[in-house]
Design a protein around this ligand. Structure first.
Ligand SMILES: Nc1nc2c(ncn2[C@@H]2O[C@H](COP(=O)(O)OP(=O)(O)OP(=O)(O)O)[C@@H](O)[C@H]2O)c(=O)[nH]1
Ligand SMILES: [K+]
Ligand SMILES: [Mg+2]
Length: 502
């Protein structure tokens, strides 16, 4: 029966393609632009201020007019995609040279936005920039761009999808190597390909179910086709569940891993923060209870963005201010993605077999599987060795005063961060397994796709028409990630975080 079903399917490939595949075919998003969107836009695409070069970008049907109006080079019209040495002039006063620079014309669709694009490479300075922007504003039909509008046009033309647009934004905002790596991958379309594959596979299952519905019951093919669709949907669900159980590392790498430094008073927590930051960020004194409020710094540790919080030493206290600080410290440790317990080695040593035994109960209760340990003040203990406690690779002995053991701690800690957040690089420095989900938006839609697939798997056999509906919803959910369906409502969310000129 199964064989016959397959034969039937392959005997009518056109039927499948026409009913399902064409309708749900892989996106080439091409939405009509409204009148106001059609206008040619311009903006300074480099940061405002003094600099060697500033780039003003113009995109839209009148880019060529803009060239003819403000670019004075040897030729009337540009040679596309070539840098042209030129003078930038005012359209109404051609003798008024605003700057001496370069211009390049990108003939659409071979441009960032897919429209005709003109780039003016000028000297970056307040007066020059504003005089050129002012000159452009005097050309009828040109208007200043809104935040993210160039990228939005690239998206609307179908040149990039939403995950690529997010990648471009993340690339600009990337502060660490890990962030850059993920952003560049997304901008190049790695996520787009993966999400498209997932969606295509759902549509593949849907095609089988729709064929089943098309052929009708009399054809006697139900069992085989249905089982085939079911098996593929099950595999898909497993794949999606794999992506969802990624410990949020893509999102964490974008927003920063939260690290809480905690421990008893005077252990050297603030000294550690200063060591990591390589500056005197926190107040350090020999007085226990120096740190009260949480001091948070954004640091790059081994290429990973880490939000490091120094907290008040945890102890029982009568002091109201300190007590509030201790409460905040506890909350910060609980909310952290990884916690670093700093302990004074001289006070811990007698309990070296189980370090927890010697600790105050209020410290003990903050220790969990996220905790790593730093035994500080090794200089005060004679014969302290770096490995006395280090059985799991999550404990180090240091002296933050003398620097003893600090290098080993730093490289070990970087390794822990990379392991925990699963960023294992191969010898070429490539991320072996880059996270697919980098925005919570992706997670929400992937989660709902998984839910629809589950409903299909649980109830699809009882009613194939409803089963097909569940698969259609699943495909839509994944389509929302790339922006192939329900575009307008997500556009604003994605593009409002862009800056002008991008
Ligand atoms: N001998 C020695 N002293 C250290 C070391 N690290 C820090 N200290 C000193 O220990 C004292 C306390 O350091 P802090 O960094 O303020 O300790 P803390 O844990 O932040 O303390 P609270 O904020 O009060 O909880 C300071 O006088 C530091 O100079 C070390 O490795 N060896
Ligand atoms: K202190
Ligand atoms: Mg402190």
């Amino acid at each position: 029966m199964a064989l016959r079903a397959l034969c039937n399917i392959s005997a009518r490939p056109h039927c499948l393609r026409s009913t399902t595949a064409a309708y749900y075919s892989t996106p080439s998003i091409s939405l009509p632009l409204s009148e106001s969107q059609k206008k040619t836009i311009y903006a300074l695409s480099t940061p405002k201020g003094k600099g060697g070069v500033g780039v003003i970008r113009i995109s839209g049907p009148q880019s060529l007019d803009a060239w003819r109006s403000v670019v004075k080079s040897g030729r009337q019209d540009p040679e596309p995609w070539k840098m042209n040495r030129c003078k930038i002039v005012h359209p109404l006063r051609k003798d008024d040279v605003l700057d001496d620079g370069m211009a390049v014309f990108f003939k659409g669709p071979k441009s960032f936005t897919s429209e005709d694009v003109l780039e003016l490479h000028i000297h970056s300075g307040r007066a020059i920039t504003s005089s050129v922007l002012d000159a452009l504003s005097s050309i009828p039909g040109l208007r200043h761009a809104e935040a993210g509008e160039f990228t939005k046009r690239a998206f609307k033309s179908g040149r990039i999808d939403l995950t690529q647009a997010e990648g471009i934004k993340d690339m600009i905002e990337a502060e660490t190597d890990a962030q850059r790596r993920i952003a560049v991958g997304a901008a190049m379309g790695i996520s787009r390909v993966k999400f498209t594959e997932l969606r295509d596979e759902i549509i593949g299952c849907l095609a089988l179910i729709e064929a089943l519905i098309d052929f009708g019951e009399g054809e006697d093919i139900e069992e085989g086709v249905y089982d085939q669709a079911r098996t593929r949907a099950q595999t898909l669900l497993t794949t999606i569940e794999g992506h969802l159980s990624d410990r949020r590392r893509g999102e964490l790498l974008r927003s920063g891993v939260r690290l809480a430094i905690f421990g008893p008073p005077n252990a050297g927590k603030s000294t550690l923060l200063n060591f990591l930051a390589q500056r005197e960020a926190a107040i350090v004194t020999p007085i226990p209870g120096t740190t009260r409020d949480i001091l948070e710094l954004s640091l790059d540790i081994g290429g990973i963005p880490v939000l490091v919080g120094d907290t008040a030493g945890v102890r029982e206290t009568e002091d109201l201010v300190e007590e509030i600080g201790v409460e905040r410290a506890k909350k910060a440790v609980q909310a952290a993605d990884i916690s670093l317990c700093v302990l004074p080695l001289p006070e811990i040593r007698p309990h070296s077999k189980d370090i927890r035994l010697g600790l105050a109960p209020e410290i003990q209760e903050l220790i969990d599987e996220k905790t790593v340990f730093l035994f500080n003040k090794a200089d005060l203990v004679s014969g302290a060795s770096q490995n006395t406690h280090s059985t799991t690779g999550t404990e180090w002995q240091v002296s933050l005063s003398t620097g003893q053991g600090c290098k080993a701690f730093l490289s070990g800690f970087e390794k822990i961060l990379q392991e925990r957040f699963d960023l294992s690089f191969d010898s070429t420095g490539q991320d072996r397994n880059p996270p697919l989900i980098t925005h919570s938006r992706h997670r929400v839609h992937l989660q709902s796709a998984a839910d629809f697939l589950r409903v299909f798997l649980d109830y699809g056999s009882q009613d194939v028409v409803l089963g097909a509906e569940e698969l259609r919803y699943a495909a839509q959910a994944v389509g929302r990630i790339s922006g192939t369906v329900d575009v307008e409502d997500v556009l604003d969310v994605v593009f409002r975080e862009f800056c002008i000129g991008k």
